[in-house]
Design a protein around this ligand. Sequence first.
Ligand code: PMP
Length: 395
Amino acid sequence: MNHRQLFLNHLGQTSEFPLLLEIERAEGQYMYDKEGKAYLDLISGIGVSTIGHRHPAVIKAIKDQVDKHLHLMVYGEFVTSPQVKLAHAISNLLPDTLNNVFLVNSGSEATEGAIKLAKRHTNRSKIISCHHGYHGSTTGALSIAGHEDLKHPFRPLLPDTHLFRFGNHEDLDQIDQHTAAVIIETVQGEAGVRLADVDYFKALRARCSAMGTLLVFDEIQCGFGRTGKFWAFEHYGVVPDVLLCAKGMGGGMPIGAFISSKDIMHDLTHDPILGHITTFGGHPVSAAAALATVQVLQNEGLMDGVQMKEQLFHSLLIHDRILGVRSKGLMMAVEFESFEFLDKVIHQLLQDGIISDWFLFCDHSMRIAPPLTITTDEIKMACNKILQAIDIVSP
Ligand code: PMP
């Protein structure tokens, strides 16, 4: 049996139509299959390879750490240098009220941690999240997902979860003195890159503060430089009580975090003791890779070029069949008339050596979220191929 057959027979599947690409290695903006064919990665493995695949600084940090130790002890007991340095580096990039980093393994786990923290801290159970929001696939995170199709076969899920409209001022009234947390993406990702305005975030912040509700920003997809600032909330001048990150954080290694003040986070240490625990949270190798990722983002000026590259995409992606382009930095959605049409474009692009995708809750928009290291020539080439692919598959 070849690898594809083994994949289909022995690996748990997530859909009946996986892409089935067999990639052997990856470097920078490119992945290479067994025959050596190069694919330009226009989606960064869904928001992960923000600084490119196998960034040399990340590889070095991983190798150095592997030579010292792997896992030693469950999270929260031993003092290990990769975790300490990472938490310190992240705290330095945040306002003083976000100075305490709880390391986990993934985005979903960061969400779970935030839900528990908010309940424990406020002694309330009501959680509000947004229609078309996505915060992960574990049961708690799924409970606050903004799309019923994904949820209904798994009900009953967490009780007292409520949805309101992203960016809608009127719905802010739903935040009341029973609300433990509002959990919201600063830029909605799986909804197909949806933005809310500064006034909305200010009003949301004010309402949460007035009601004693924790405001949780999910920056698992939009954080770590993706929008051109280290944190997406920097665009809005509004500081959350809890911040979630993962995906791009590890430079290709699995890691996530929920971040808050030392004061709020303290609630997880008592009544009950061990309020949130994880064996592998902040794995030393992942933490070392994440620290290198922070340093690369800070030192290599990768975020400086984001706005110019975003504008370049906008200026080149002009075609009758493109109905619009939404973006915040290099987090972009190109809208088409239907999933059926976009699906053909994506498959044509795959043949042409370009990896793109649609969104979980917006299957008629193409996802563009390349490594920030993508060059202007590569953007021109990719946009050319997108326009050609549209022509080829157009009836
Ligand atoms: N929140 C957001 C905004 C995400 O985009 C994702 C992943 N797509 C998650 C949470 C869940 O992260 P993970 O898949 O690492 O559990």
